[in-house]
Write a protein that binds this ligand. Structure first.
Ligand SMILES: C[S@@+](CC[C@H](N)C(=O)[O-])C[C@H]1O[C@@H](n2cnc3c(N)ncnc32)[C@H](O)[C@@H]1O
Length: 237
């Protein structure tokens, strides 16, 4: 399977990107604070990487309210993080956490950037073998049969991610949605590029130590749904 190189023809995998009118504070985060961290395309990442010597390049597809990538970026200054999220309220929330951190600690964050759009636009224009870690956490489940073509986890995207990440790179996918869970299992078992690290049927229920729970993960727990995690390694066959 080859991935679709034509950006315009990509089928949309996310829902709404705007909600109610933003408060003045939130508008100001977008207008005044976001430009310090926003990347508009892949090429804008490169000069930022040259400034520091980062060990790993990590991208999150659909960072939502941003807790996972924000905390990981703060805890791992040696790594460079790219948050991709088209939903404006999500972007505003990451920015609010970043601004508070900088204020409280009197320190700029230099290892986290934000792309306010479809992650595939960044990934497709990256060079091959670029990413070390990729996260797709609680992707939109698109439960109706008619909508399932919108699911981000599919063969085409798995192949794209395999090409753009290094051999030995990790891809972590989590979901609490039963039918998506089944679809992901069949997708990864069919994909020769990604090796699934699970040894037995309880492995996927165990999240790594120091895992930062996401907003949707907490919501699932509150509503009594179990979450599972798929940890895959790029073996590029
Ligand atoms: C159900 S939410 C989960 C958010 C977060 N990861 C969490 O666990 O709380 C899925 C998010 O993925 C985003 N998304 C979907 N397709 C995307 C894409 N192609 N690129 C970037 N973000 C995407 C959506 O806008 C949405 O915010």
């Amino acid at each position: 399977v080859h991935y679709n190189n034509n950006l315009e023809r990509d089928i949309r995998t996310f829902g709404r990107i705007k909600s109610r009118k933003l408060s003045i504070n939130k508008q100001s985060l977008l207008q005044d604070f976001l430009p310090n961290f926003e990347i508009g395309n892949f090429n804008q990442i490169l000069p930022l990487l040259n400034k520091g010597t980062f060990e790993k390049i990590i991208i999150e597809i659909g960072s939502g309210f941003g807790h996972f990538i924000f905390k990981n970026a703060i805890n791992n200054p040696q790594n460079f993080f790219i948050a991709c999220e088209p939903h404006i309220n999500g972007v505003v929330n990451i920015l609010a956490m970043m601004q508070k951190y900088s204020f409280d600690n009197n320190k700029n964050i230099n290892n986290l950037v934000i792309y306010k759009g479809d992650a595939r636009e960044i990934i497709k224009l990256s060079s091959d073998n670029f990413f070390d870690e990729i996260y797709v956490l609680f992707p939109d489940p698109w439960p109706k049969t008619k909508q399932q073509k919108r699911r981000i986890v599919n063969q085409e995207n798995l192949n794209l991610l395999a090409q753009k990440s290094k051999i030995g790179a990790s891809l972590t996918i989590a979901t609490d949605h039963d039918s998506y869970k089944t679809a992901i299992v069949s997708c990864i078992l069919q994909n020769i590029n990604w090796f699934w690290l699970a040894n037995n049927c309880t492995d996927w229920q165990i999240f790594p130590q120091n895992w930062v729970e996401t907003k949707y993960q907490k919501k699932a727990l509150q509503e009594g749904r179990n979450s599972v995690i798929f940890q895959l390694i790029n073996q590029k066959l």
